[in-house]
Ligand binder design. Sequence first.
Ligand code: FRU
Length: 485
Amino acid sequence: MTPLERANRYQDDHRIGKEEKPVFHVTPPVGWMNDPNGFSIYQGTIHLFYQYHPYSDVWGPMHWGHCISDDFIDWKELPVVLAPDQEYDAAGCFSGSAVETADGHALVYTGVKETEREDGTKEVIQQQCLATGDGFCYKKAKENPVISCGQLPDGFSREDFRDPKIWKEGERYYLVAGSRNEQGNGQVVLFASEDLKEWRYVSVLADNQGRYGTMWECPDFFQLGDKDVLLVSPMNMRADGKEFHNGNQSIAMIGAYDRKKFRLAEEQVVMLDHGTDFYAAQTLRTKEGRRIMIAWMQSWDMIIKPAGQKWNGMMTVPRELELRDGVLYQNPVRELEKYRTAPMFCSNREISGTCAIPGVKGRVLDLTLEILGGDFERFSIQFAKDETHFIRFCYQRASREIEYDRTYSGITRDVVCRRSMVIKKPKKTLKLRLILDVFSAELFINDGAQAFSSTYFTPPSARDIVFTCDGTAIVNIEKYGIALD
Ligand code: FRU
């Protein structure tokens, strides 16, 4: 049996039942998942691959798992497509991306190999590889690695050179990859090719200059509105005020791409998500021009899965990105609305003290609250609640902060449970859209101007939702269940 056959056999024999999983967030069939990879549309179908280790609930030699969808919400699990089985990727098929070509669906990924130096120490080498397929089976190119680490300028790390994101512009393919320079600073390198097999080094598209963490992982580069946007996920970030508390965090650099110098002139840098769990975001462009982003909804330093659960890791809900007046908006894909059930609306409802609202309950919900006014200081929503559990978002009016607290979510480890964020551009009313899917909460603030993602593993029987207000708040409520079958 080849390593790929073995992984598929294992996946088929150990697949975990739907009843143990979220309803519409992508999770691994069994075992460990991290970064989204190869998020793309091929022959009209949406493909999502991911970093995958089926054999255990922790990170291990990386495979590429695979699923497809017609609408970003209802996903079908497919066989594993890549396993570490060649000399150049024996230590793992790391993150990468995909593009539709005349010859099939092309995947570019990082092949990792480990060798021993003369002094006995281990040397890691990361190089970019190609595999092409029909949307189901993929074959690694015989030319691999198609970008060897020897093609990098002197001084650039051979060990930290990974996560290619590919796109086509005119007749040419481009690819950006995460890299590290001699000073240890993260940067994004740009390569170009006419045929996907021969690549030439072009430039450093953007670099860190000691500001955002160290190594930059998982770049993505695209046009949005009249700007150019580079997403990167820096490692080892230092907290700054209420931002960058996750250590590894994803940022967007927004600016203008200088196509002569092949360099991004950066105008502003924003944090993509304020929550405890969001990393390695990747995007695709739909036929009608929407830019959709998905990310790993977990954090490297805070893996809180309960012992005994045989799957680990999930993706965020795919989000549509828009740039308006310098604000990067992200909102759940509109396709989610197709799956709404049991609508409930109420307007100008007064909330004071602690109350539940009939019809607002459950662990799989699309719930929007608009706080119109009132004379309160603190307003909170508790969910995944029963007698002993709850998770809470609390809005503090004077400081414009939203505080999250999962201390009583059933967690049994001493991990970070509280995180706050400041509402950057407050409006007259505060709009909070909360997407719950059994084990996760994603909060979209003021039509997606800011987002907050977090996971928790509270027993699914904890389904109550309770509002608390220290004065009176006037709110509009719009609530739906989400069901796939
Ligand atoms: C980011 C990352 C990538 C790498 C992959 C390995 O989360 O470290 O840089 O390709 O995970 O699984």
